[in-house]
Structures are given as structure tokens and as C-alpha cells.
Design a binder for this molecule. Structure first.
Ligand SMILES: [Zn+2]
Length: 326
């Protein structure tokens, strides 16, 4: 009997659900807006009823459900599936989410931080899979999602690394310059404050005042300045935009060189807005990494873009259940 799991990605805007097969393919999708569940009780009711529909569909298709995996935006006690709080969704302080849902659903439930779930998803079903050349799945992966914030996940020896109190892999909040820009966490000069979307856009805006670029015209025409727009400009040969990606890539590569020395991974997987720069940003990342890390670490590691895209949260959440033996 083929296995499948239900993946749930709880975000500040949407809750995405999906039935995911053992190869990481999304068979069915479902979604509702987070704000439509006005309280924790309403959210739990909605989750339970949407899960029941997907579970019934799995039975109809002759699939054996390994359980429900939930990727959640906040600190989680992973062993107990206990939510300490959600930074962007009120009312979730101290919620034994696993216990509540398992009782209602009679299915195993696994809860983890969303970036950890994404890291596991990429490891099993995305950028960590055996590549055409090597034929072997990567066992040691550093995952970074470069969005508004910089989220991270570590897969070590094929398993998520959680640390002593489940708070490991906050890679975005490693300080690279104590005199650097203020970070959302309150410290100065975290890597997030250098390569997160906000900093990237602010830096472009301030340099743009003094330099020539097609972006000036586009912004005047009312286009929103985003990493995607800077990528578009670079693609059209805009020297200013190309230099911006190079600078960001060099910064990130220098930072990753330290992580490569620390963990000696096989893959470093980059997702999110800044990773949209593709080779524009990946090439300088690789060059800086090669220059700054010990050769024994840098020769071995491959820096690759995330491949699961918008499904990363959903597939990653399902991976939490699929990776358990059952
Ligand atoms: Zn920080």
C-alpha cells in the first residue's frame, strides 16, 4: 500500500493544506485564509474539518496515511508538538497542538517550525535528492530561506537538527558586524539585516540616488522596488543591478564559508526572494565561499537553489510525517 501524508503550512496570511504522496508530490490542495479563523478554537475546528476531508480522500485513493505534519511560524517543542507562541497570529500561547489534534483525528501529528519543515522537504524531495551525477542523497544540508526574514534549517546525518531546546538553526541571527544595521530581533548586524529583502531593497534605494540605472525610471513609473524588479533589471544588462547582486552574493558567500567550515555540508540550499537572483547571486556566493572556506570543505559543498518553490512549506510539513517510520 502506498503511503501519503497531510501537510499543513500555517502562515500569517494563509493556511495551506495538501495530500502529499511518499515521493513528495502534492496530490490535492486546500487552503483557507488565516484571518477567517478568528480564534484558536476556530482555527483548530477548521484544521480538523479540512484534515478530515483530505484523510477521506486518501482512503478513497487507497493510500495509507503516515500522519499529519504541521509547519508553524514560531518556536515549537518538537517532541511534544507544543506551540510556545506564534509571532504573527495572536492567541496561540502555550498550545499543545499535537495532543489536541491527535485526540480529535486519531492520526499521528508532527509539528515543527516552518523553516525546519522546509529544510527537511528540500532534503528529501528537492535540492537534496540524488543528482544525476552523484546518485546519492545529500545527508548534510544547510538550508536558508531569504525572505523578509532569513530562516534556516539544518539537516545533519539525514535528520533535522533541533539543538537542546529546539531553537537551533536560527542562522539568520548570527551577527556578522556588531556595528551593522539594526535587525528585527533587536541586535545589530545579524546576517538577516544584510541579506534579508528589506535591507536589500533599502540598500538599492539609497545607492540608486547616486547611480545610473534603469531602476530609477521604473520606480518613477510607479513600479515597486523588489528583489524581483532588480533581477529583471540585471537580466536586461543593467550594470548597477548586476553589481548589487554581486555584492549581496559576496556577503552571503563569506558568511556561508564560516558555516561550511563549521558543518562541512554537502549542499547549501538557498530559497526565497534573494535566491530569485539565480546565477547572478549564486556565482558570487560560490566564488566567495571557495575563497574563504577551507578547501577540504569548499571543494565538496554544492550551493544550489531550492526547488520546491511555493510548495516548500506544504511538502516540508508532509515530510515531517513521511520521514517517520510507520
Ligand atoms: Zn537578528
Amino acid at each position: 500500500m502506498k503511503r501519503a501524508a497531510i501537510g499543513i503550512d500555517i502562515g500569517g496570511t494563509n493556511v495551506k493544506l495538501g495530500l502529499v504522496d511518499e515521493r513528495g508530490r502534492v496530490l490535492l490542495r486546500d487552503t483557507f485564509r488565516t484571518e477567517h479563523a478568528r480564534s484558536r478554537t476556530e482555527m483548530l475546528d477548521k484544521l480538523a474539518s479540512h484534515i478530515a476531508v483530505l484523510a477521506a480522500e486518501a482512503r478513497t485513493r487507497g493510500l495509507r496515511l503516515s500522519g499529519v505534519g504541521i509547519g508553524a511560524p514560531g518556536p515549537i517543542d518538537v517532541e511534544r508538538g507544543y506551540v510556545y507562541f506564534f509571532p504573527n497570529i495572536p492567541g496561540w500561547k502555550d498550545t499543545p497542538l499535537k495532543k489536541i489534534l491527535e485526540k480529535r483525528l486519531r492520526l499521528p501529528v508532527f509539528v515543527d517550525n516552518d523553516a525546519n519543515a522546509m529544510a527537511l522537504g528540500e532534503s528529501l524531495f528537492g535540492a537534496g535528492r540524488p543528482s544525476a551525477g552523484s546518485g546519492r542523497a545529500a545527508r548534510n544540508i544547510i538550508f536558508l530561506t531569504l525572505g523578509t526574514g532569513v530562516g534556516g534549517g539544518l539537516v545533519i546525518g539525514g535528520k533535522l537538527f533541533h539543538g537542546s531546546t529546539f531553537s537551533a538553526a536560527e542562522i539568520g541571527h548570527m551577527v556578522v558586524d556588531p556595528a551593522g544595521p539594526l535587525c528585527a530581533c533587536g541586535n545589530r548586524g545579524c546576517i538577516e539585516a544584510f541579506v534579508g529583502n528589506g535591507y536589500f531593497v533599502r540598500e538599492v534605494r539609497s545607492r540608486l540616488q547616486k547611480e545610473k540605472s534603469i531602476l530609477r525610471r521604473w520606480v518613477k513609473e510607479g513600479k515597486e522596488l523588489t528583489p524581483k524588479l532588480v533581477q529583471e533589471a540585471a537580466k536586461q544588462g543593467d550594470a548597477f543591478s548586476k553589481a548589487q547582486w554581486k555584492r549581496t552574493g559576496e556577503r552571503l558567500g563569506t558568511f556561508l564559508a564560516g558555516l561550511a567550515n563549521l558543518l562541512n555540508p554537502e549542499r547549501i540550499v538557498l530559497g526565497g526572494g534573494i535566491a530569485l537572483g539565480g546565477e547572478l547571486v549564486l556565482a558570487p556566493v560560490r566564488a566567495a565561499l571557495k575563497k574563504k572556506a577551507f578547501p577540504i570543505a569548499s571543494r565538496f559543498v554544492k550551493v544550489v537553489p531550492a526547488v520546491l518553490g511555493n510548495d516548500a512549506g506544504l511538502v516540508g510539513a508532509a515530510a515531517l510525517a513521511l520521514s517517520k517510520r510507520s
